[in-house]
Design a protein around this ligand. Structure first.
Ligand SMILES: NC(=O)c1ccc[n+]([C@@H]2O[C@H](COP(=O)([O-])OP(=O)(O)OC[C@H]3O[C@@H](n4cnc5c(N)ncnc54)[C@H](OP(=O)(O)O)[C@@H]3O)[C@@H](O)[C@H]2O)c1
Length: 328
């Protein structure tokens, strides 16, 4: 499949990126709410990243807070020796304690942005970040404008190449887009949850639409059924208010499972798996999209990377999915 471009930056990446939240391992907030995806095996994470590289993946998305620095460390260690072949996106804005693996608070100051960037560069073993992203989706527009200007300064210093806001609000994304080196927005998009206003903004402003939660936090991987409970220690087992797919007890809700059942056959047609079909829907949705599915195993890395060989849904398949979801 052809490559995609990170908006105005012109930086070319594989059409699929790899989301590195889960490989951060376990961490929590100050109340003990799990914020990771449970225990992960670092050796497996390293093997999975290597498999991704072998399969042509050149784009990796992480955040300083994932595993309170651990995700960046694993990525930095594994990509050492490949730095010129890959494009790295990370995020800042949350404060955390790596000793206790706890997320503490948020910090929107310019000083903190510089300190956070310095630490990310060290953990990622690099001299620059390709795409630096504000991780506070609900920060106010005024704060966003100030941090956009801070990012422009980082570009001038050669510390970052481009920047983006991770937010689901097109108005906030538009504030960042006023900066010449803003190249994208990271937002939620999957076959069950479209984002037409954000995609229109990306088309108008030439921004990459970097798609988090493309597999609906695992549901579109196909192994969860209605009522199934997520593992203890996994964020899905005790979901915060914003996490929709699992109920308060960590069980897959029948509503979301039903929506997947409605489109399963079309997505998983041909030689595609359900996960590959879900990624194919995103590519068909807009030429600006770059899905970044998370992964925990070599098998998932392999299956997701191979989705690029199938490419986007055909227009007929895309229309069929729309029809089925509308009927549902
Ligand atoms: N605020 C933000 O900026 C923000 C928020 C969310 C995510 N993100 C970014 O977006 C990335 C992706 O989103 P996400 O991790 O929330 O959700 P996702 O990509 O929708 O789901 C990822 C999960 O699905 C399962 N999975 C992956 N590939 C699979 C396959 N082929 N078959 C079956 N199951 C599979 C794995 O979990 P199990 O095997 O445990 O089910 C994996 O951890 C993150 O890693 C992160 O980089 C950013």
């Amino acid at each position: 499949m052809e490559k995609r471009t990170i908006g105005r930056s012109g930086i070319q990446v594989s059409a699929l990126g790899f989301g590195c939240w889960a490989i951060g391992g376990e961490w929590a907030d100050t109340d003990g709410q799990p914020l990771g995806w449970g225990v992960v095996n670092d050796d497996e994470s390293v093997r999975a990243i290597r498999r991704a590289l072998d399969r042509g993946i050149t784009f990796f998305d992480t955040a300083d807070v994932y595993g309170t620095g651990h995700s960046e460390e694993i990525l930095g260690r594994t990509l050492a020796g490949h730095r010129d072949e890959v494009v790295i996106a990370t995020k800042w804005g949350n404060t955390f304690d790596p000793e206790r693996r706890i997320k503490l608070d948020q910090d929107t100051s310019a000083d903190y942005a510089r300190r956070a960037l310095t630490h990310s560069l060290r953990r990622l073993r690099t001299t620059h970040i390709d795409l630096y992203q504000l991780h506070l989706g609900d920060a106010d527009a005024e704060t966003g404008a100030a941090l956009r200007d801070v990012c422009e300064g980082f570009v001038r210093e050669g510390l970052i190449r481009a920047y983006a806001w991770s937010t689901d609000d097109p108005e906030r994304a538009a504030v960042f887009a006023e900066g010449p080196n803003c190249a994208g927005v990271q937002h939620q998009l999957n076959v069950m949850e479209d984002a037409p206003e954000m995609l229109a903004l990306c088309a108008r402003e030439n921004l990459a639409s970097i798609n988090r939660t493309p597999l609906a936090m695992g549901l579109l991987g196909g192994k969860y059924v209605a009522g199934q409970k997520a593992r203890a220690g996994d964020i899905r087992s005790a979901p915060p208010a914003w996490l929709k797919y699992f109920d308060a007890e960590g069980r897959v809700t029948p509503e979301w499972a039903g929506r997947i059942d409605a489109v399963r056959q079309v997505l998983a047609s041909g030689d595609r798996t359900l996960a590959q079909g879900a990624l194919a829907w995103i590519w068909a949705r807009s030429p600006h999209t770059i899905p970044i599915p998370g992964f925990r195993t070599v098998g998932q890395a392999e299956e997701n990377a191979l989705a690029m060989e199938h490419g986007p849904l055909t227009p007929a398949e895309f229309a069929e999915v729309e029809k089925l979801l509308n009927e549902g």
